[in-house]
Design a protein around this ligand. Sequence first.
Ligand code: NAG
Ligand code: NAG
Ligand code: NAG
Ligand code: NAG
Ligand code: NAG
Ligand code: NAG
Length: 662
Amino acid sequence: MVSFSLRSLILSATLAALATFTTAQTTLAPVPTPHPVQLDACATLSSKSSTSLTVEDVANCYKAVPFDSTVAASTLESVLTIFKDYYSFRDSALTPTFEKPFDAPPSDIVRRLETIGRTKYTSDYSFHSDVRAAVDSLFDAHSSYIAKCYNAYLFAQTITLYAPVTDGKQSVRVFHDFLDRGYQDCTVEKIEGQDALPYIYNWATKTTSFSKDGGVRLTEALGTQQYNVERNGTYTIYAGAFAQRATLPEKNYVDYELRCNSSATTIQLREDWRVLSQVNAAFNDVQSFKENLCLRDMPSAIENSPAQIQKRDSKKPKPERPLYLVPAPKKALLLDDILNAPPTQSTFGEFEDALKLGAGNGTAFYQLKSRPEVGVMVVFTHLVRLGDEVAQILTGLDTFNQLNVTNVILDFQGNFGGSVEFASVLTQLLFPGTDILDKTLPSDLRVTKEMQQAASALMNNTDADLFNAGSFIDLKTNSAFTSDSLFQHPITRVRNGRSSLYTELMTIKPLEFFPKLTEAVANHPWSDKPANIRILTDGRCGSACAMSCHVLTTQYNVTSYAIGGITAEPLSMFSFVGGAVATLTEINRLYELAGMESPVKQLPYNGGVNFPVVEVYARGSEVPLDFEPQYHRATHRLDYTTQNARKRDVMWSQVANDAWKH
Ligand SMILES: *[C@@H]1O[C@H](CO)[C@@H](O)[C@H](O)[C@H]1NC(C)=O
Ligand SMILES: *[C@@H]1O[C@H](CO)[C@@H](O)[C@H](O)[C@H]1NC(C)=O
Ligand SMILES: *[C@@H]1O[C@H](CO)[C@@H](O)[C@H](O)[C@H]1NC(C)=O
Ligand SMILES: *[C@@H]1O[C@H](CO)[C@@H](O)[C@H](O)[C@H]1NC(C)=O
Ligand SMILES: *[C@@H]1O[C@H](CO)[C@@H](O)[C@H](O)[C@H]1NC(C)=O
Ligand SMILES: *[C@@H]1O[C@H](CO)[C@@H](O)[C@H](O)[C@H]1NC(C)=O
């Protein structure tokens, strides 16, 4: 048994700052007197049976909530304070252009939010949608604004798409037909009358803020095969952001033009959106929709916020509080659940060429049958209980060793992050020859006057990791700070013509890595040997996963393969490395702990603001890693094919055969 001092750092915190937002009250439009309506749109929505709901029903209700200038002013004040005074990347986000694989335009978040404050709205929904869109314009999955009442319904298509390459040509095809009408692998010629590939690519850029790389956004929009711990560790279909959304689609249906082998002519398919209620509070008109869903807590309606996961975790006897780097963890809800279709894992079955050796809650171990010297360690999340998962990994690696595995593929596909500490432990288990501190990244935090005050009060307070300098390593001494000096002597950094105060460079304190643990892994045939290790990602290795990926490739020279995106275009191996993500609620808790009034007010609506509060750098660089495309580009890229997209073992052998010639 491995035992750790399970020190916990929670950075699911949020900072808050003084809002100097004085114009909102006066410039926002006053509440319009509601028209006496015959038919209240939310009454109609609530009276309909779940199977007959349409996008229009939901849209009518959302749009019927009248603009409320008090709610708007106070929402905007909090969101603006966060992004003006606390967001790590406020100034970096102004970077005018990037080299490939990035293609994100600059975003002046402060100006965008201020513009919203001067805009006249008649609908509450369009105000909150605009705030969300402003935050999404950062193309930073760590940053989000959610008003839960406007995410109260899920919308699903009954087909999911993908973009495989056949004979060098990429086309959009049907990945899975949940109604089993025989559309699988039909070519999608058009969507909404436009050529399908550019249509989806542009849709992803307009709608998903997942990555600064358009190729990764494309993959995020489309269907993929995903390891699913909640389905007993089988691979299931993740529908993708296009086919399954919580945001309102533009209309009731999507029009597709399909070309199938079975038919000489093209098929015109009009697919209605299926609507699934996530509401668990009663409402029977516009007024009660606003009161019960927007203004009051709706505990489990949206179960995937970091706060919710934390709550779930805290039910465990001894809560471990990982340093969160999770943007918006993907929901367990799968399309087949929503549609009452047969479970999609049956589509994949067992992998012919891979034997499953075991699995934990963040990792799974396979051996290729055709090449038994190759083991695959799937790391599907970094959100794990450290001690348990490390024990599981040791067992997995030991099994590899007993089976004479010499080469290891690390599969990071669809890993949205988790604990920063796990990011360095994972790397340490593969490269035990140097210190675990070498697996951390130089980092800093933005500093405000209030934070300095809170940091003095919270020094060495283990309940307040983010504002407690004792949670961070002083790079001059390689040990934890013993005073709050980190916060009291900030540095001015000027980026894109704007200046902000940051702490000096430090790093988040990693776990103590005991000598016994080093002994356990030191003699593995792949340990400390980049030639024996390969990384496979789809670019959707985010946050803490991105940290592992960067350190392995840049500091330890591991070669990477990224699959997906647009054929022949460079592709990122990771996205939104961050630093640590914070929430407004957690920041308020920290100020309260310090005995101070928080400079950020709670949001009037149930929902939240997430944003990165720590930023990390590649060693020796002055530019935050999120803004350095050259460190994101994978060594090699792979295309999806009709085979490897559905059979992960096929994809693994492709990598093995390219990496390790017989
Ligand atoms: C359709 O026909 C083409 C050409 O014969 C073939 O390559 C392809 O695999 C077929 N697709 C399906 C889904 O059967
Ligand atoms: C879950 O998987 C394990 C091993 O992979 C298997 O033995 C067990 O029967 C599965 N359980 C269910 C409910 O499918
Ligand atoms: C995985 O999660 C289950 C359920 O919470 C727990 O019983 C088990 O110990 C965990 N295993 C690991 C390796 O963390
Ligand atoms: C691993 O290699 C050893 C030494 O060559 C051999 O004795 C053993 O049978 C092999 N084990 C497996 C599972 O192939
Ligand atoms: C914080 O804790 C460290 C380690 O226990 C100790 O050396 C240091 O003096 C403490 N600092 C303060 C300000 O309490
Ligand atoms: C890094 O790996 C590549 C490919 O395996 C190899 O050619 C190169 O020599 C390595 N570089 C260093 C500094 O080890």
